[in-house]
Every structure is written in structure tokens, then in C-alpha cells.
Design a protein around this ligand. Sequence first.
Ligand code: ARG
Length: 459
Amino acid sequence: TANAMWGGRFAAGPDAIMEAINASIGFDKRLAKQDIEGSRAHAAMLAATGILSDSDAQAIREGLLTVLSEIEGGTFQFSTALEDIHMNVEARLKEVIGEPAGRLHTARSRNDQVATDFRLWVRDQCDAATTGIEALMRALIAQAEQGADWVMPGFTHLQTAQPVTWGHHMMAYVEMLARDRSRFADARARMNESPLGAAALAGTSFPIDRHMTAAALGFDRPMANSLDAVSDRDFALEFLAAASICAMHLSRFAEELVIWSSAQFRFVRLSDKFSTGSSIMPQKKNPDAAELIRAKIGRIFGANVALMMVMKGLPLTYSKDMQEDKEQVFDAADNLMLALAAMDGMVRDMTANREALAAAAGSGFSTATDLADWLVRVLGLPFRDAHHVTGTLVAMAEAAGKDLPDLSLDQMRSVHPGITQDIFAVLGVDNSVASRISYGGTAPAQVRAQIARWKELLS
Ligand code: ARG
């Protein structure tokens, strides 16, 4: 049988395969709430501008609430033959209220309708991401506060570089997450314009009020170009780009947790609640949540690339290709929120091993730079010469199977006679971190200042 919406021009209905490739109801039912919100705003505007009678608009607005409660209550019968959420809702509205339902689509198209629904949905996800990011920032700050002066090795190339503090390392992620948060805020502000009323692509001859629907839906203003309004998806791409970068940050931290929780590092102990065991090896406690967070970047970045590829060759305006935008964004959003929540839980529950961190901080010649700096500051050596002297001392210690503080003063003086007993003070890791007082450095005083700043900003 021909389609109920456009059957006038069609003699036959679609092939089953056509229906299968065409339908989006299987996933775009997630836009039901936004679709009904948009339609209710549209109906109210049609009445306010005299395009629709008040009684018809009233019937439509109430009927839509009935449909929404059916969907939320799980009694709604979704139909693939009706393609998508927009037509499913409208068809059901017709069953519920009869004739006035057919007037809802005046001065509107599914093109501006779907663009509106999807913007509203993605806008909500920007807010959800912000909430998730802030919770994680608070968890990291709590960790940082506890260990503001706990020493640990700082790494470059995953080789011991210089001692830093646990608090400083935690706060590094707070900075990254703060930028992620601001990316979602920027994207949200840019996407907050209403496509509704662009109609199919050219606008409409009906005397609609786009400012009214924009305001009713919480948009800042209507989009200024109807062709752009129905055909661009940069708002979704921006969300995916922000999500990708955020997931990348989570993934780096997850990788650190995987390394740190190993028996070889023992920097942290993850809680039982965020670990799994092995079915064969009784001793195992695996950091699965961290590993899965590390893996999520793949599908989120994949969604970003997939949607870029969908969009890149499309002539203006709407093409059905664009229906492929939703699953990518849904999946990416779901997994980002899950990753944020899992990381928040792991960070809240994990215990840093202060002793293991300190032991590691003091090994691997981590204070060699402090020794070189002392030679510059006290003996007046050019830094390059100090670097060479220190390198010789490191080689000497390494050959003897010792660390720098284990060399005797005589051994040191054999490399440079100017060295005095004072040198041993700068070889301690606590002195080392305490000396890094430059702005943004790892000295506990600096770290505490950053913790205080962020607690203030997040309160
Ligand atoms: N389900 C469609 C989508 O998600 C709605 C818009 C359909 N518009 C059209 N001209 N066929 O893109």
C-alpha cells in the first residue's frame, strides 16, 4: 500500500529492502522527547501567528503529551513502515486526536524538524559531559589534596626524569579536563541557534515567528540562513571533536593507571569495585575499567571520522546520507559518559602507595638535574659543563650499581674538585620538589595554590 504521508504521488509501497535501508526509527526513537518538544513549540507558534486555530493547536499540544507518555511508558508501538520518529509521532497523534494532527506539519519539513531535534539532543549531551567532567575534576582534586607533597618520579619517554609530586600529576589532568569542559561550552554556545522554520530548505510563505519557537526551545536565536539550517551538521561534529579530545585525555590517564597498578610499579591500588579477577590465575586483579576507557577513544574518534566522511561530499542542502549522523553521535555520547563515570569512580576509590611512589622517586638518578643546577649555582659552571660533570657521576654510580647519593664525596671530587659536602642536600627528592617553585612548578606550595584555585573555580 502507498505511504500515508506521501501516497498521493505513489502507486505502490516500498520494497522490504528499501524499508530496511531507509528506516531510522530503530535508533532515532531516542529523539522522541526533543521531537515532541519541538512540535509543541511549533504548534503554539502557529496558533500565536493565526496560522492555526487555538483549539487545533491546543488539541495538538495535548495530544503530543499523550504520545510522549506512551513512549516513556513503553506502550508506544514503533513502526518501521513509518520510517522515523517524526512520522511515528505524527501518525500516532492522528490516531489520538484525529483531523487536527494533519495541520501540525504546516510551515515545517522533516528537514528543519530533525535538525532541531538533534541540536536539542546534542545540546543536552554537552551539559551531561560538563557534569561528568566536573565530577572527575573534583575526584582528582581530592587525590591531589591528599598527596600534594608526596614525591613520585616524573617521566619523559617513560624513563625517570625528575621527581614531581602526586598532587602535581593529578592536577595536570584537572587542567586538561578544564579545557575539555570549555570545548563543550564553546560548542554548546555555537550550536544554540534554532533551525526550526527553515522548512524544507527555502523558508516558508506562512507568517511564522521563528524567534518565538527559538525562545521556547531555549535557543539564543533562529539560524539566519534556511539552507544552512537544514544541511549543516557541524554542531554534531564539534561535539564529536570535543568528545574525542576528552576521551583521549581519559585514555592517557587510563594507560597510566594500567601501568601504575602493575606489580612492577605498585604506585596505586585500584578498588575491588573497579577491578576484575581471572578465571584461572587466583592472584589476578585486573584494571579492566581503565583498559576499556583506554579503548573508548577508538569508537569516539571513529564516530567523528565517520560523520566527517558522511558530510564531506554532500551538496547543499539535505541529503538522506545525513540520517547516518545519529548512530555515530549516540554511540560516542553514551561511551563518553560511561568513560567519564568509570574514571570518576576509579579515581575516587583508588589508593596511592606513598612508599612505593617515594622509593621510585629516588631511584633512576632522578635528581641528576638538581646536581647539575647546583654546579651552576654554587660553582658558577656553565650549564653544559655541569651537565657533562653530572653525566660522568651518573655513569660512575651506574657502573658501581649505586644511586647518586650513595657516591662518596671523594668519588665526586675525583670528577670535579670543587664539589663540597653541601651537594648531598640537593640530591634528596624532597628538596628537589620543594625547590621547583616557579609558577606552575611541582613544589608543594605551587600545587596547593593550584588546588585552592580550582576548588574556588568549581564551587
Ligand atoms: N529520518 C530523517 C533523518 O534522520 C529525517 C529527515 C528526512 N527528510 C527527508 N527529506 N527525507 O535525516
